[in-house]
Design a protein around this ligand. Sequence first.
Ligand SMILES: Cc1ncc(C[n+]2csc(CCOP(=O)(O)OP(=O)(O)O)c2C)c(N)n1
Ligand SMILES: [Mg+2]
Length: 467
Amino acid sequence: NIQQFLSAYSDGAMDEVTGAQLIAESLKAQKVDYMFGIVGVPVIEVAMAAQAAGIKFVGMRNEQAACYAASCYMSLSCCPPPPVSVADHEAVTEAVSVLKAAKSPLVIVGKGAAYGRAEAALREFVEMSGLPFLPTPMGKGVLPDDHPNCVAAARSRALLQADVVLLLGARLNWILHFGLPPRFNPNVKVIQVDLCAEEMGNNVKPAVSLLGDVNAIVNQLLKCVQKDGWRYPSNTEWWSALKEKIVSNAKASKALALEVRVPMNYYMVFHHISQLLPQDCIIVSEGANTMDIGRTMLNNYLPRHRLDAGTFGTMGVGLGFAIAAAALEKSANSGRRVVCVEGDSAFGFSGMEVETMCRYQLPVVIIVVNNNGIYSGMDPKTWKEMSQMGDLTAIAPPVSLLPEARYDLIMTAFGGQGYLVRTVQELRDALQRSLSDWDRPSLLNVLIDPSSDRKQQEFPWLTRSNL
Ligand SMILES: Cc1ncc(C[n+]2csc(CCOP(=O)(O)OP(=O)(O)O)c2C)c(N)n1
Ligand SMILES: [Mg+2]
């Protein structure tokens, strides 16, 4: 440790100590085991001293992506658990009585439940109480998406009509429409479970606040319902309404997924990807339609196996996240695959990190869902016609990107496998081949219909811009 290092120096066992060594040794003493960055004078010395101190150094192509990689590493590798604090006993009893009085209760599982490792207690609680649950984007997988109590496929209805929401480590921010109408019932009662006192009451005043460790509190709730054997009945109007919506939404997605057409639509692409991905893979995703539709179609079965643009919707995080995740999986020899599902615009933000993946032989499978733009784009012919009509900077829609750009060639440029994909068969073949290659990364450039869109939404405010 740093003390030994310094005493070796003062004993004269070492002739000289450099600033770089001190930085490296103190990082090591704080249990840093990976460093992501870019060197140049005088950072080269720090990176080399880090390696000498036993810290692995991943040289990236842009500091922004290096920061994303480091933050991802933090959330995937386990930090020492903080001291566990439980909620006030009376508040727990109060929460259970609010739940029992609910006509249409809903459990929302946030990323706090994932970080808090609440999966085992939560599964028992949900199965014991018979309550419907909805994961937030990063809460996906705490309980498997195919769990019978998961109502993700009826998300809008569940949020709109719930009269009591048990909010587990999730924030009422824009992702949950601030907990307010028109997305939520104006009289909804929120039971808020959170580790952070400052999150309590943000946007909606909770009916009950349970401050403390999510896992510990779910266990407290579980004990409470176990004691009197309470269970929310499965034959309620609420469950029928949710199930009816799940069935009709699944039907609409399936109809789109089973279309036979070239170019493909989003639903076809995700349907076939979801059939081929291993259940334990880590899914990284970013984009707009790509991330939103992908989230509904690509199931997570395990906690902490999904990383996406998250709370701030920041594009550019995907490749950094994937590099950190793949470095971890590779050194642990876990056999788990990292799959990175990117919109074509999202991919562009950190696209040069493909070289990083090739250099370190990280077998990430990147799938670029390429619709020639941000939300939508133009087909090559229309683009060409438009370019003959005038100055593109004056007339090209700001959402458009170069049609049919060959992102797959970026991967082959550095020695990885690139695939250009237009059809379902090509998609399946390329994905199967990529998933069996553990020596190098692959990139599937999946050209889809540039006017492909989400399926019809029930409410216009779901997709309308707030501007
Ligand atoms: C750092 C950053 N810059 C810009 C944006 C604005 N933005 C939102 S989604 C998006 C890209 C969506 O396009 P794409 O990744 O191709 O996904 P698609 O919707 O086309 O499937 C952009 C640029 C953002 N979210 N983050
Ligand atoms: Mg796009």
